[in-house]
Design a binder for this molecule. Structure first.
Ligand code: MSP
Length: 646
C-alpha cells in the first residue's frame, strides 16, 4: 500500500509553535506507523514563504524578503529535528522546483477554461490571506476570524471559475463521505459549498512577493493557489519516481484552513484533470492552560525548549494522548508530566521493569522458548482482540484511540502478573507455568513497545533493545505479530524504560522554562472567541481563578438561526440587567430556536465580546457534548434570573 501524508506548509512570519508542532507530530506518528506496517510511505512538510503577510513582516524589520525567509526557515527544520520528526521531504515555496511546477499547474487550469481576467474589488484580510465580502465582516469592517481591520482592494486579477465547481464538489462529497474528517467537519464544508461559491481571485498585481503568472508577469499568483500546489509540486514531474504517491492519502490541516483544502484545492485539481486527495483531516485548536496562544505564551511553550526539557517523546506522547484528534484541546505542563508518569512510567515502564527483574531472578535471565499457547492464553487473546482496533484507529487518524487500546494492554499485563504471581509459581516449583507466564508478559512488553514506537520513538527503541530486539537507526520496528520474542536473549538488569518525572525535576523544568506554577493568577484574559475555546483543562487552578469567571443564571427571551450557519443561533438572554444580552451560541445543531424560549441557562457574563459571522456575542452558554447532541447546563429547581453561579 502507498501512504502519502502531508502537513500544511507553515507561514514563515512566525516561529514554530505548539500549534504547528501538534500537526507535524501527528503526521509523523502516522507516517512512522505506516512505515512499520510496510507501506510505501511519503511524509511531506514545508514552508509557505510567499504572500503579503510574509512580505510585510520582512518590511517591518527592514530586511529583504528573501533574506528574511531564509532566516526564518532554519528554526523549523531545527524544531522538527528536536521533536524527532521523520519527514521524507521538506518543501519551500521559494524553491525553483516549486515555482516551475506551480506555473505548469496554472497553465493546465487555464487551458481547461477556468481562468479569466477581471477586476477584484472587495475586502482582504492579510492575516488570513483570504478574501471577504461585506456580509462576512464584523462591525467596523473587521475580519471574522482575527477581528482585525480588513483592507479594501481594487485591482486587476485573474479569477478561477470556482462557481462552476459547486455541483461537482457536492457530488464528490456525497460519493466520498470519507473525503473530509471528522464527520462534523464534512457537514460544515457541505454547508459552505451549498451556501454558494463565488469565483476566486487567484492573482495579485499590487505587490511582487510571489510566483509570476505564466505569460503575464504583471501578476503574481494568489498565495493559496501557490501554497496548496506544494503537495503536488514536491512530488516532481508526472511519471517521475515520487509521482507514484499521488494523490495524497491523508492531508492533516487545522480546522481554520479546512475550507482552502476541502473546497478550493479539489476544485483546482479537478480543473487540472488531476486526482483529488483521499482524505482531508481537520484537527482542533490548541490552547495553553485554557488560554488562547499568544506570542508571549508561545515563548513559554516553545516546542524546542519543551523537547529539550522533557524530551521529544514526552511532548509527542502527551499531545497525542491528551487530545482527541479532531477536537480542541489544552496544553498544560502538569498534564504532560502526569500523562507520562501514569501512562508510561507507572504502567508500561513498571510492567517491563518488574517482568525483566522477575525473569532474571526466577528464570536466570534468559528469555525462554515460546510456550504452548494454551499454557497461558490471556495476553495473547487480549492482543489479538486489541490489534485490529489499534490498526483501525490509526487508519482513521485517531491516534488517541490507538493509545487507549495500547495502554489498556499494559494495565492488563500488570494485572496478569499480580494474578498469576510468578513468585508463587516459582515457590511451588511450577516451572512450566512460570516460564509460560513470564514469556507471555515479556512478549506483551515487546508488542506494546513496537506499537508505541511511532509515538515515543527513542524510549520504545530502548525497551525493545532491552528485550533483545534492537532497531536499526532510520528504521521502524516491524508491526508486531504475537510470538516473535527473541528466545534465548540474555536479559540485562532492567533500566527504567520510561523514567518518571519526580516532582523536584518537574519543578526545576518549570523554573528553567520560566513558567508560573499552577494556581498563580492567570496572566491573560480567557478566550473570547469559539475559535479558541478553553478545552477541558487538567491543570489545577486556584478558587480565585475560577471566581474570575462571572457565571449567572439567565433566561432565553428570543432565539433565531444565524443565516448561512447550521450551528449558530442568535439569542437574547436576560441575565438580570437592564436589557437582555445578545449571545451567539453554537447550539443550532442540537436545539431548534423555538425549543429554547423561556429556558433557564448558565451564562458566562464576563467574556470579552466576540464577533461571530458579523454578530457580536456578549456571553456564552454552558453546555456539554458534541455539536449535534449537546445539552445545555440546567438548574435543579427555580433560580432567579441574574443569580451568580459559584
Ligand atoms: N500557510 C498556511 C497553510 C498553507 S497549506 C497549503 C497556514 N500556515 S500557518 O502557519 O498559519 O498555520 C499552519 C497550521 O498550524 C494550520 O493548520 C493551523 O491550524 C495550525 N495551527 C496554528 N495555531 C494553532 C493552534 N493554536 N492549535 C492547533 N493548530 C494550530 O495556515
Amino acid at each position: 500500500m502507498r501512504f502519502y501524508i502531508t502537513t500544511p506548509i507553515y507561514y514563515v512570519n512566525d516561529v514554530p509553535h505548539l500549534g504547528t508542532a501538534y500537526t507535524t507530530i501527528a503526521a509523523d506518528v502516522l507516517a512512522r506507523h505506516h512505515r512499520q506496517r510496510g507501506d510505501d510511505t511519503h511524509f511531506l512538510t514545508g514552508l509557505d514563504e510567499h504572500g503579503l503577510k510574509v512580505e510585510r513582516a520582512a518590511q517591518e524589520l527592514g530586511e529583504s524578503t528573501a533574506a528574511y525567509v531564509e532566516r526564518m526557515a532554519a528554526p523549523f527544520r531545527e524544531t522538527w529535528a528536536a521533536l524527532d520528526v521523520s519527514y521524507d521531504d521538506f518543501i519551500r515555496t521559494t524553491e525553483v522546483r516549486h515555482k516551475e511546477r506551480v506555473g505548469r499547474l496554472w497553465s493546465r487550469v487555464r487551458k481547461s477554461g477556468d481562468i479569466y481576467e477581471g477586476v477584484y474589488e472587495d475586502w482582504y484580510c492579510v492575516a488570513c490571506e483570504a478574501y471577504y465580502t461585506q456580509k462576512d465582516l464584523g462591525e467596523g469592517n473587521v475580519c471574522p476570524v482575527h477581528g482585525r481591520p480588513v483592507e479594501r482592494l481594487k485591482e486587476p486579477s485573474y479569477f478561477f471559475r470556482l462557481s462552476a465547481y459547486e455541483a461537482r464538489l457536492l457530488a464528490h462529497y456525497d460519493a466520498h463521505p470519507e473525503f473530509v474528517a471528522p464527520e462534523s467537519r464534512m457537514n460544515e464544508v457541505k454547508a459552505f459549498v451549498k451556501g454558494g461559491l463565488r469565483d476566486l481571485s487567484i492573482s495579485r498585481t499590487t505587490f511582487t512577493w510571489g510566483v509570476p503568472v505564466p505569460d503575464d508577469p504583471r501578476h503574481i499568483m494568489y498565495v493559496w493557489f501557490d501554497a496548496l500546489a506544494n503537495y503536488l509540486t514536491a512530488l516532481g514531474d508526472e511519471g517521475g519516481p515520487a509521482w507514484r504517491f499521488w494523490p495524497p492519502t491523508l492531508q492533516l490541516v487545522g480546522k481554520d484552513i479546512l475550507r482552502f483544502h476541502a473546497v478550493y484545492w479539489p476544485a483546482f485539481l479537478m480543473s487540472a484533470g488531476l486526482e483529488v486527495p483521499h482524505r482531508i483531516f481537520a484537527h482542533g485548536w490548541l490552547t495553553v492552560n485554557g488560554q488562547k496562544m499568544s506570542k508571549s505564551l508561545r515563548n513559554v511553550v516553545e516546542p524546542r525548549a519543551l523537547a529539550r526539557e522533557y524530551g521529544a517523546d514526552a511532548v509527542r506522547f502527551y499531545l497525542m494522548r491528551e487530545i482527541a484528534f479532531g477536537q480542541d484541546g489544552d496544553f498544560s505542563h502538569d498534564a504532560l508530566v502526569a500523562r507520562w508518569n501514569s501512562d508510561l512510567a507507572d504502567n508500561v515502564g513498571n510492567l517491563a521493569n518488574r517482568t525483566i527483574s522477575l525473569a532474571r531472578k526466577l528464570l536466570g535471565g534468559r528469555i525462554p522458548a515460546r510456550p504452548p499457547a494454551a499454557a497461558d492464553p490471556v495476553l495473547e487473546q487480549a492482543f489479538g482482540e486489541a490489534l485490529p482496533k489499534i490498526e483501525a484507529a490509526l487508519e482513521a487518524a485517531m491516534p488517541h484511540r490507538a493509545l487507549d487500546e495500547i495502554l489498556a494492554l499494559g494495565r492488563l499485563g500488570n494485572l496478569h502478573v499480580d494474578r498469576r504471581a510468578p513468585w508463587s509459581l516459582a515457590k511451588d516449583g511450577k516451572k512450566a507455568e512460570l516460564e509460560a507466564c513470564l514469556w507471555n508478559v515479556l512478549e506483551l512488553c515487546r508488542v506494546i513497545a513496537v506499537m508505541l514506537a511511532p509515538f515515543v520513538p527513542s524510549h520504545a527503541r530502548g525497551l525493545l533493545g532491552q528485550l533483545g530486539h534492537s532497531v536499526d537507526p532510520g528504521h521502524e520496528p516491524r508491526w508486531p505479530r504475537w510470538g516473535e520474542l527473541a528466545a534465548g536473549h540474555e536479559l540485562a538488569a532492567p533500566a527504567p524504560a520510561f523514567p518518571k518525572f519526580a516532582p523536584e525535576r518537574s519543578a526545576e523544568i518549570l523554573s528553567r522554562l520560566g513558567v508560573t506554577p499552577p494556581g498563580a493568577p492567570l496572566t491573560a484574559p480567557l478566550p473570547a472567541s469559539p475559535e479558541a475555546p478553553a478545552a477541558p483543562g487538567t491543570a489545577r487552578i486556584a478558587y480565585e481563578d475560577f471566581a474570575r469567571v462571572e457565571l449567572r443564571a439567565g433566561e432565553i427571551v428570543s432565539a433565531e438561526r444565524v443565516p448561512k450557519s447550521d450551528k449558530l443561533l442568535r439569542l437574547q438572554v436576560n441575565v438580570g440587567e437592564a436589557a437582555p444580552r445578545q449571545v451567539v451560541a453554537g447550539i443550532g445543531k442540537a436545539y431548534a430556536p423555538e425549543a429554547l424560549l423561556g429556558k433557564r441557562v448558565a451564562v458566562v457574563c464576563n467574556l470579552a465580546p466576540a464577533k461571530l459571522m458579523g454578530l457580536v456575542s456578549e456571553g456564552m452558554l454552558l453546555a456539554a457534548g458534541e455539536p449535534g447532541t449537546l445539552k445545555l447546563v440546567a438548574f435543579d429547581g427555580d433560580v432567579a434570573v441574574g443569580t451568580r453561579i459559584k
